[in-house]
Design a protein around this ligand. Structure first.
Ligand SMILES: [Zn+2]
Length: 287
């Protein structure tokens, strides 16, 4: 059964580790992430962007697929199904469809409007036992066509949003989505520390986990980050493994064209990436 992410992140914050949010794109992705979580006895958050939700034929399809897998694959570790960077409308659609966690990304609204809409969703989610992530300050890079610059959030605004009763908070600390550019300045631990000082127990979320050096990840966890989003890295390892299979001509040998064979190396590559991340984040054995 799907669970809210509130409890697993509270435990992570108290235990000084982080739970990975791995974005899913299809059946192979979902199965790979769930099996890896189970094998490593780790809690896990499945992230679904609006674009991925659409690709997978809608939020209800996603909920059906994930719930089916939890049962058929005997997944017993805590699993949350989470809307990633949701618009106001998408939040309601996912609540309706059966998601156990949502992120309302009101970072592009003026702070007053972000507060107003977040406050409303706090109430709706609390009534249904769904966890809610909010965002302050835009997170750089490109996600579903939205481009930001790797900003740092204002700690006072973070405090204002945290106090509304959300379950975890995403704040820009110089992180960006996608691949990091050569001249990236690194994470701003000064900003992270200032946010953490003001928001206290609130689990903080680090978006754009792909390509952040391991020592920076560990330091961020020490400073209160309890959820780390990984998306691009799984896409890169899936693509590389699939490319290798095709370049070696394996799709043209025997029944190598069978999608169950063609997609198998990519599936294994996602599992490997997810396992590596769980080890770095410290969530192995914490289910
Ligand atoms: Zn993000």
């Amino acid at each position: 059964m799907l669970v809210s992410a509130a409890e697993m992140l509270k435990k992570a914050k108290a235990g000084h580790y982080a739970v990975g949010q791995f974005n899913i794109n299809n059946l192979e992705w979902t199965k790979a992430v769930l099996l890896t979580a189970q094998e490593n006895n780790s809690p896990v958050i499945l992230g679904v962007s609006e674009g991925a939700g659409k690709y997978m034929a809608g939020y209800k399809t996603v909920v059906g697929m994930v719930n089916g897998m939890l049962e058929e694959l005997n997944i017993t570790v805590p699993v949350a199904l989470h809307l990633d960077h949701g618009s106001y409308d998408a939040c309601y659609k996912c609540i309706e469809a059966g998601f156990s966690s949502i992120m309302f990304d009101g970072s592009h609204y003026p702070i007053e409007e972000n507060i107003e809409k977040t406050k409303e969703l706090v109430k709706v989610c609390a009534d249904k036992g769904i966890s809610l992530e909010a965002e302050v300050g835009s997170i750089g890079g490109e996600e579903d066509g939205v481009i930001g610059m790797g900003e740092c959030a204002d700690p006072k605004e973070c405090k204002a949003i945290a106090d509304l009763g959300i379950d975890f908070l995403a704040a820009g600390i110089g992180n960006i989505h996608g691949k990091y550019p050569e001249n990236w300045a690194g994470l701003s631990f000064e900003t992270l520390d200032a946010i953490q000082q003001l928001t206290g127990e609130m689990p903080l979320v680090l978006h754009g986990g792909t390509g952040i050096p391991t020592d920076m990840i560990k330091k961020a966890i020490d400073l209160g980050v309890s959820k780390i989003n990984v998306n691009t890295e799984c896409q890169l390892s899936f693509a590389a493994a699939t490319r290798k299979y095709v370049e070696e001509g394996k799709d043209q040998q025997g029944k190598g064209y069978d999608p169950r064979k063609l997609l198998a190396p990519g599936f294994e590559a996602i599992k490997e990436t997810v396992k590596e991340k769980m080890e770095i984040f410290g969530s192995v054995g914490k289910a």
